[in-house]
Write a protein of this length. Structure first.
Length: 276
């Protein structure tokens, strides 16, 4: 028999940059409690079963598996989402897309498209904040579509439609007031693909050609046929790709092209508006 405080002190995650946080999240999950419970009751005795579960979680984390995949969930915006290894783990920097979208369009009815939705994080965050918007969320990976739909149903967001589509392939002549995407943007062969949590995430959701811009080029080229006049296209990209994305948007005829910085002060998203 051991107590919460002892288990946390003994937890060793030498390769994790957030070792204490990881340990707390994993122990809280093993106990079926919140992190605040650990701080409120550090002297509580932990059952052998829960301690064994926690030990198994630690082994997986030491092997590099992301906490989100171990627990099957991740927070994004104000939502708790189910996640799985066939989708990217939603990251705080991507919330910049949500913030910017909410700033650009009024709360009145609008049609919004989320390309490559994965877990549904962006689409569901927008729909939760804007009940009058109709948000379409698409992904080409069937498992991702099923996951996003489970998240939608659990959150009871009726203003979201999730469907299978490789970018615009299933959208025919549909047009939107805003198209938003966090597409693959890592260059093939990038050394970061062999480091950290990225090792466990699906390469198809990360890599886009030799310069990382193949999917962004495809989206920018096709987007004007799916935007209403005055509609916005907004893309997340790599920290060093903003200038290239601005040039691609300008070359495709978009106006009001600009980039915005993430929490680390990197230009993380770029947007442009289809002329009226």
């Amino acid at each position: 028999m051991t107590i919460i405080a002892s288990l946390l002190r003994a937890a060793e995650l030498p390769d994790s940059p957030t070792a204490r946080l990881d340990a707390e999240l994993l122990l809280a999950a093993a106990l079926g409690k919140s992190r605040s419970y650990l701080h409120t009751w550090p002297e509580k005795i932990v059952s052998s079963e829960s301690a064994l579960t926690f030990s198994g979680y630690l082994l997986r984390r030491r092997a590099g598996e992301p906490v989100a995949y171990i627990l099957g969930q991740q927070g994004f915006w104000k939502l708790d989402l189910e996640v799985a290894p066939h989708t990217l783990i939603p990251r705080p920097d991507t919330e910049l897309l949500v913030e910017t979208a909410l700033d650009l369009l009024p709360a009145s009815p609008a049609r919004v498209l989320d390309l490559g939705t994965g877990s549904g994080a962006i689409a569901l965050a927008l729909a939760s904040e804007r009940p009058a918007w109709h948000v379409t969320a698409v992904d080409r990976v069937l498992e991702a579509v099923a996951l996003a739909e489970r998240n939608r149903q659990r959150l009871q967001l009726e203003n979201v439609h999730v469907l299978t589509s490789h970018w615009f392939s299933a959208l025919a002549d549909q047009r939107f007031d805003m198209i938003i995407s966090n597409p693959p943007y890592i260059a093939a062969g990038d050394v970061h693909l062999a480091q950290g949590d990225v090792r466990f995430e699906p390469e198809s959701a990360l890599v886009a050609g030799v310069d990382g811009l193949d999917d962004i080029r495809e989206i920018i080229q096709a987007a004007p046929q799916h935007l209403n006049p005055g509609g916005w296209l907004m893309l997340e990209h790599g920290y060093d790709q903003a200038d290239a994305v601005r040039q691609l948007l300008s070359g495709a005829g978009f106006a009001q092209v600009e980039s915005r910085k993430d929490l680390g002060t990197h230009e993380r998203i770029t947007l442009g508006r289809l002329p009226c």
